[in-house]
Design a protein around this ligand. Structure first.
Ligand SMILES: [Zn+2]
Ligand SMILES: [Zn+2]
Length: 641
């Protein structure tokens, strides 16, 4: 046709297409989409790959702008802010060497090698310098250099960490980004110029080993975040502040819920108030078990190592287990309940009529976690799960999984969590026949569709022994946590040679479903403390009502009120101290007691109480029986009050 060698076809959003000379920059193509898009775009996707706007186009392709408001744009903005931070650090502290600076969830970090740690004042000065670099509006250039040239460049700049990357990463050519004479080894992409950076904040400094290896030198990691608008940044900083206020380690101490002791590293001690909440959680799960047909079992803590060889844990999970030796036999403390439930199942002959068999176990588990990853209740060495195993026929998988999903969604709704669900399907390396996988995946998917809840599919993310469903919840601070899982297992019934007899009296292999709702109760406890900021709903609160006497004369009546409440099954205490009533109220408020009943001479004479709630203060006067009826109803129905 025409002299096509010099021109190419570019498809743009909205069905637009253009013929342009080879080498046209992406940015010039975006001009076709309007001045506003061309002005605000921070990068583009070229045939799906994120690229700089300055990238020349070499062949027929599709181009989409990356605009503020998208996750892509935020990542580019944050990484470009990380570069400006590193430039600022080296301008202010020229003897500092730069490590790496990736984007992370909610922000970015950059690692620096400097003998003297950065102080709070240093951080403020660096932030001010970043603002100045933004004002300079430096053009950000990409250079594709032959590897040897890039290495020589970083050697000349005395940047050993960058030499390491230029040597070990990239292809024959290595990309380098330059802004105002400052260079960094980087894959990009970046915004066009530092003037495109918007709202940012440097948050903290912490030590971090080079490449995460404790044998390496300790670098200093500066954490920061960036957004396209000041409003978004302010909202994020408010959330961070709230998260600090709600930190479960801090609240756990203040509310007297739990403690840790060096004698049992990373193993929580629940104090009376904490244990009360913990046991209320278990009681709630037991209510669900009663309705959803689970049978609870109790199994041993320590098993002969042969059990773990048989289950495969000895081979694959050994580093996470605690061992002990008795009578010259090797024993292991259980890290999970599954093998003991298999032993239980193997006892006796099961007809298909007995299935499904749903065995629940709150047994204490022990897993060795490195001390480096231990922080509060998030990862502990001693914990228990709301763990259960369902043994069923292949035909029953779908109905069983559907029932598990209903129970899990009911449970999360009780705590006011938003839920996200993901289905993970067969990985390349797997056990079991295609027939098993086809049936299992189809059953899980059908159960999810029937639940009416949306879900995503993560192809290839299943375990090697079966597909799984993961449940994620979003807490009050918009943070996501993985809680529940439903996992199909073909391998353990095989390893333990489990059977059932079908209608034709033929031996068949049952399917095992591992499932947990809250997961580790310790970890859930920590999530819940932060989700409700220590203000536990009435039905979980360790102290539900506190009676406060105004005068010593009213002490007797206050005591009677407390007894009446306790007699009705509520957790109530009376504060009879000779203190000002304002101070007593403040204290109960700090301890987040849901209801306070203030009583003086008038209340004693009339048999009434002045009701205060921690949420909305004074609720006026009521007879004791009126108040009691309302609270009992809320407690029984588990209103999230
Ligand atoms: Zn970079
Ligand atoms: Zn299990």
């Amino acid at each position: 046709m025409s002299e096509t060698l010099a021109t190419i076809q570019v498809s743009l959003p909205g069905g637009k297409a253009r013929t342009v000379p080879v080498g046209t920059r992406v940015l010039d193509l975006l001009a076709d989409l309007g001045a506003e898009i061309a002005r605000s775009a921070v990068a583009a996707r070229l045939d799906g790959v994120l690229v700089d706007l300055s990238r020349p186009v070499r062949g027929d392709c599709t181009i989409e702008p990356v605009l503020p408001g998208s996750e892509d744009a935020l990542q580019v903005l944050r990484h470009s802010t990380a570069h400006a931070t590193a430039q600022a650090v080296q301008e202010l502290f020229p003897d500092t060497r730069i490590g790496q600076g990736p984007v992370i969830e909610n922000g970015f970090y950059y690692d620096f090698d400097r003998d003297k740690p950065f102080s709070e004042e240093d951080l403020a000065a660096i932030e001010a310098r970043v603002a100045e670099i933004v004002r300079r509006d430096l053009t950000i250039e990409r250079l594709d250099l032959p590897r040897a040239e890039a290495i020589a460049l970083f050697e000349k700049e005395r940047e050993p960490y960058k030499v390491h990357f230029a040597t070990t990463k990239g292809e024959d050519t290595v990309s380098v980004y330059r802004q105002g004479g400052w260079t960094d080894f980087c894959r990009g992409p970046h915004v066009r110029s530092t003037g495109q950076l918007r709202a940012f904040k440097l948050l903290s400094v912490a030590g971090a080993y080079w490449l995460g290896d404790e044998k390496n030198r300790m670098l200093q990691r500066i954490y920061g975040t960036a957004f396209f608008t000041q409003e978004e940044l302010d909202a994020h900083l408010r959330l961070l502040e709230e998260a600090r206020r709600r930190d479960h380690r801090k609240l756990g101490r203040e509310l007297g819920l739990f403690s840790f002791h060096a004698e049992a590293p990373a193993s929580p001690f629940f104090h009376p108030r904490g244990a009360l909440i913990y046991n209320r959680l278990i009681a709630y799960v037991r209510e669900l078990y009663a309705r959803y047909g689970y049978a609870e079992v109790i199994t041993p803590q320590i098993f002969d190592a042969s059990l773990w060889r048989r289950s495969g844990h000895y081979e694959h999970y050994r580093e996470n287990m605690f061992f002990t030796e008795v009578d010259e036999r090797e024993y292991a403390v259980k890290p999970m309940n599954c093998p003991s439930h298999c032993l239980m199942y193997s006892e006796g002959r099961h007809s298909y009529r007995e299935l499904p068999l749903r065995l629940a176990d709150f047994g204490r588990l022990h897993r060795y976690e490195l001390s480096g990853v231990i922080s509060g209740l998030t990862r502990v060495r001693s914990f228990s799960q709301d763990d259960a195993h369902i043994f069923c026929t292949p035909e029953q998988i779908q109905a069983e999984v559907a029932s598990v999903i209903r129970m899990i969604l009911e449970c999360y709704a009780q705590f006011g969590f938003e839920v996200r669900i993901a289905l993970s399907t067969r990985p390349a390396q797997r056990a079991g026949s295609d027939e098993f996988w086809n049936r299992a995946e189809t059953a899980l998917e059908a159960a999810l569709v029937a639940s009416g809840h949306s879900f995503t599919v993560q192809p290839g993310d299943g375990a090697f022994y079966g597909p799984k469903i993961d449940f994620f919840v979003r807490d009050a601070l918009r943070r996501e946590h993985q809680l529940g899982t439903v996992q199909l297992d073909y391998v353990l019934p095989e390893r333990f040679d489990l059977h059932y007899w079908d209608a034709a009296d033929q031996e068949q292999r049952p399917v095992m479903i591992h499932r947990a709702m809250l997961g580790s109760l310790e970890r859930f406890f920590g999530i819940l403390v932060e989700h409700c900021g220590g203000a536990f709903p009435l039905w979980l609160a360790p102290e539900q009502v506190r009676v406060l006497s105004i005068t010593e004369r009213a002490a007797g009546y206050a005591q009677q009120v407390g007894e009446r409440l306790r007699g009705a099954g509520l957790r109530a205490e009376a504060d009879l101290r000779n203190e000002k009533i304002g101070a007593k109220i403040r204290e109960a408020q700090i301890q987040k007691v849901p209801f306070m009943l203030v009583v003086g001479d008038r209340e004693a004479a009339a048999g009434t109480v002045a009701v205060r709630s921690r949420k909305d203060g004074d609720r006026g006067s009521a007879t004791l029986e009126e108040f009691l009826a309302g609270v009992l109803k809320s407690n029984e129905q588990k209103h999230n009050e």
